[in-house]
Design a protein around this ligand. Structure first.
Ligand SMILES: Nc1ncnc2c1ncn2[C@@H]1O[C@H](COP(=O)(O)OP(=O)(O)OP(=O)(O)O)[C@@H](O)[C@H]1O
Length: 461
């Protein structure tokens, strides 16, 4: 791939991720090489590399494949040997401009003081854009309370949950909110990895007093992915002192991790117990309704970005049903769909979705079988299974049959010919016709729409 092609890809990425995220995360990437399917980018800091890898690698790979036509199986982000990510002497306790990631410079956290080292906030991670459902309502309510900036009622607020369930989103949302309502407060958000990096840098440069003063002058401290410091003895020690000093001054601390404090291995006992003494809330894995809500919100945002691009409602249900791993994967799938559809100028329907997302769908395959669907549908419509599979064309049998075909297509990874075979050896075009018919009918007939919803829930249960 050439630098010129990387230039084109960057323009596509700019459209997909928005101006601010582009400036913070994509612009600092330097394309280095594409070797045997592995694309390598140079990044100014490990933190930036990790963030881009977690949030944008799928999208980058997608555009690379589309524009360069080359085989891309992985993207790597590495800090070049002569990079600014390596510790350097700091002046006056703050990191020199050149040593900061571009992201931090283009969107610095609102700290109220240039001296406080924080990570950039993502402009998309606000409360407005956070969709609340049963699995995250407690975490959301707690985050809202902290964001009011009133009296500290629980310290720390400890948010935990699996990958990509919205912990970082909630922390950034608190920071944005506090920036609006309490600009006087000194709010610092950073990852535990960055905390360690600053700490090591201060040790190396013999600036520990500056480091301590800086962190103790914070009003609200947020540390993301705290499990990272487990097993790193001196960082834990320093974190413990910082933590205590802030709690003693009644300053708010918000921590996130991928598991509950009691389950983080190699974390000192005194830290573990300190982390547990505030409010510990978990973000549960998403359920179908939450996933659908998130997709609908995202589609609204994409409508502005890609005016005129239509997406079939059934596609959202399909994605919400099939991609249950985490929200990041779900969002990535939608982003890819919109980017793909706009490149090829096609409507987003089930066929395009299956083409474009075959790898994602395979990875999060669910084990609902066509046979299970047939049984459920025939029970629901009170017909015999043999009538559903048999040749009779009476509507009383044909409609449930089409519904079962539609559900088989959207809830399993079976191909059209495969489904046809399981429906009494029918041809794939018959299945395709059935699926299309139900897609049309559900927008016209609320009873069918309701039936489909009921059946889907029953099958998922
Ligand atoms: N309830 C939600 N509403 C809207 N978007 C969400 C929601 N939950 C997660 N997301 C989105 O999913 C993506 C991943 O979320 P986030 O980075 O906050 O996850 P995380 O829990 O911090 O994951 P990790 O453990 O990998 O750091 C983000 O783009 C975020 O905006």
């Amino acid at each position: 791939m050439t630098q010129e092609q990387w230039g084109q890809i960057r323009q596509e990425l700019r459209k997909s991720v928005g101006e601010s995220s582009y400036a913070s995360w994509i612009e600092p990437l330097e394309f280095h090489q594409l070797d045997d399917g592995v694309a390598t980018f140079h990044v100014p800091t490990t933190f930036l590399g990790n963030y881009v890898s977690r949030n944008f690698s799928d999208l980058i790979m997608y555009h690379m494949k589309a524009i360069s036509g080359g085989r891309v199986v992985r993207v790597n982000f590495s800090v070049p040997a002569n990079s600014a990510d390596r510790p350097r002497p700091a002046s006056g306790g703050s990191q020199p401009e050149a040593a900061q990631p571009k992201a931090a410079r283009s969107a610095p956290i609102p700290t109220g003081s240039d001296e406080i080292p924080g990570a950039p906030l993502d402009e998309r991670f606000t409360f407005d854009r956070f969709v609340v459902g049963k699995p995250n309502e407690l975490a959301h309510a707690a985050a809202r309370r902290v964001a009011e900036g009133g009296q500290v009622s629980f310290n720390p607020l400890f948010l935990y949950g699996g990958v990509g369930l919205g912990k970082t989103h909630l922390m950034h949302a608190i920071a944005w909110e506090l920036q609006k309502s309490r600009p006087d407060l000194n709010v610092v958000y950073l990852s535990a990895e960055q905390f360690m990096y600053r700490f090591v840098q201060a040790l190396r440069d013999r600036k520990m007093m500056d480091f301590k003063q800086l962190f103790r002058s914070v009003d609200v401290l947020m540390v993301d992915d705290v499990q990272f410091i487990a097993g790193k003895d001196s960082t834990q020690e320093e974190f413990f002192h910082t933590f205590n000093a802030l709690v003693d001054q009644n300053k708010q601390i918000i921590i996130s991790a991928d598991r509950a404090p009691g389950e983080i291995k190699d974390l000192e006992e005194r830290i573990r117990s300190r982390l547990q003494c505030g409010l510990v809330v978990d973000l549960h894995p998403t359920d179908y309704e939450l996933r659908l809500g998130i997709l609908q919100t995202k589609v609204e945002q994409y409508r502005v970005q890609y005016p005129g691009l239509e997406i079939n409602h059934g596609v959202l249900e399909f994605l919400a049903h099939r991609i249950s791993t985490n929200v990041r994967v779900l969002e990535g799938a939608l982003t890819r769909l919109f980017a793909f559809a706009s490149l090829v100028g096609r409507e987003i329907n089930m066929e395009l979705t299956q083409d474009c997302l075959s790898d994602v769908l395979r990875a999060s395959d669910r084990k609902i079988t066509v046979e299970e669907i047939q049984r459920k549908v025939s029970d629901h419509y009170n017909i015999r299974l043999s009538d559903m599979l048999g040749p009779k064309r009476l509507r009383a049998f044909a409609r449930p049959r089409q519904i079962a075909m539609y559900l088989s297509k959207s809830m399993t990874s079976r191909s059209l010919p495969d489904i046809g075979k399981r429906f009494g050896g029918r041809d794939h075009t018959t299945v395709m016709h059935g699926v299309k018919r139900i897609e049309e009918l559900r927008t016209q007939d609320s009873q069918i729409d309701e039936d489909l919803e009921l059946l889907r829930r029953a099958l998922e249960a």
